[in-house]
Design a protein. Sequence first.
Length: 658
Amino acid sequence: MRLSLLLGIAVSTGLCCSPAFAQQVPQTSKTTQPVTRSAAAPENGRYAPTAGHTESSSSAQPAPLNLRMGAVTTGLHGFYDYQSNGTLRGRLWMSKTDPQQIQSVYMLALDGADTTKINTTRRVGYARSTDGGASWQSTREIQPGFRLGFPSIDVKADGTPYIATHGDPDGQGVRTLVYTGSASALTFSRTGMFERLSILGSEGEDGAGVIWPSLIINPKDATKQVVVATLSQATGADTEPVHVSVSNVGSNGPWSVVGEELINTSSGGRNVLATSAGGKVGLAYFHFDTSTVNNKAGIYLTESTNGGNSWGAPVRIIDNMLLDNGDTANAGVSFDLLYNGEEPQVVADGSTLAVDHGPSVLADESVFFWNAAKGVHRLAITDTSKGLGIVGRPDNGADPRVIDQPGMGFIAYPTISLGDDGRHIVAVFMAAAEYTDIEGNTISVISEDGFQYFRLWAVGSPDGGATWGQPRIIQDFAGDGTDSASIEYPLAAATGSVKDNNFTLSLTYQARRKPGMYAFIVTDIDGATAGNQPADRGPITETFQYFQRTTLDPTFFGEPASVGNEHGSDANFRFVESFPNPASGTYTVSYALPTSGSVSLKIYNMLGTEVMAPVNGENGYNGTYTRHLDLSGLASGQYRMLLEQNGRSISQPLTIVR
């Protein structure tokens, strides 16, 4: 599949000035295919990438996608949509003493040919690299033939991996399990099986018990592990506590309660563990009580100073009502927790006017950052000038191909990585794309089946979260001109290497040629109301786990960002004068630069293809510049002119008539 829509300004504003980002925008028209609708008059203002690959099955699996930025497949691939019940459990593990040693887990399904097989063939896969991610060894089943899901990994100092996951080993219902791997081979054995029922004696739907585990090796005693989990939707009870167990590493032990809070059991196991440099254990979890009486909803943090044996009182660090304008940490929230020294750092997503992703209009979906010194700070917000997120839910009535995607945030799954210098922080997240063109049309990047394409963005702080740069694209829709993909569910390594203010970011994510979802039945579009409805789920296509190691140079961290400063510009970085517009032949543009540094002035058509580069990476200095451009070689139509310098960018529309 090839990408059929990348507006020039939206893509280009996501570029980092590092050489690793130089090929982000397609350079010739050969990298795109005609859109499935007229570019001049898109039906309902939306475009869809065209199909270039057939759907796969377990007997004929496609080659991995050709992604950019040095992405390498870990060898793990399958069909399951990892986003269901989502938050970050399976963090990419990388050795703090030897960053060449990396281990990862991934939930997949062996067979996605139809919806009757994809769920029963769900597995947990494992991959490792001993050369910094350049090459990988992997196994798609840590227990062959056994259904597992939602893994979390930690690794002992000797390289032995431990994976917490959940499955049904005895036919009584799903429960938390632990698998111990070999430090020298890709083999695992089940060594732990936790009590299925909750502390209150409850079980959930279909007999499911305490599941969705997160696991860490006890920082106070490497022979012990800490596992937290939650009950799967208790029958006959609305609330259950967060469960914790401290036991011998690789084994199981009794459950106890973290704090005294009872949380709504539809939480989907949204709980994240992290350890501090001094050995504290931190737990972040989401409380779902949105009643007007109690109003306890939000993200809570509790800490243990004795390896998880006892915990402090939970503190709500991110209120369900984040800001005065009514932003909410929604019920589809995802978040991540790490420690910078002894100080906890949290990233989370949120949205306005929606506690869950129901039929209400979404607006201002955002990524937020919290630490004790800064409080809550917004890192990124829906911005159609950049193609970052979507402002409103697609209108199913206007276009039956545009699917309502329940449980799916359109800016979501933030993950965090901290520099080993104690100062730099990078947050990564996935976002769908929606643009508003110069005629006011709303343009979404969707598949022919109506599902949003996602790509990865990152935003960085050079000073421990006090100030932040602008969000930038770090993995785009398009590959090398033969592939496009939806890029989803990033997981960053806890630590990034910083040298000369360059941040080396390591992460894994999922990529697939066509977006869709398995986990939730979506809006009915085929008229069927019973039985399997694959058309209502979207296409089930092969998914791949990728590893990417990207160097972010100092310009990535930029200057302090503000919500209203959409393009990272200031009063001295601007277009001064441009005429005539519309233009037909000669066009004059003047622009002001506030400082020295590499500068580019480029023109893109409405498909995102660069058509002219009057200034391409030249060194510029403080001052005003004027260029006289010959546009006689360009066809009539709408274009965008983009000016970039030192990680900042501004744009303006350009119309050519003949």
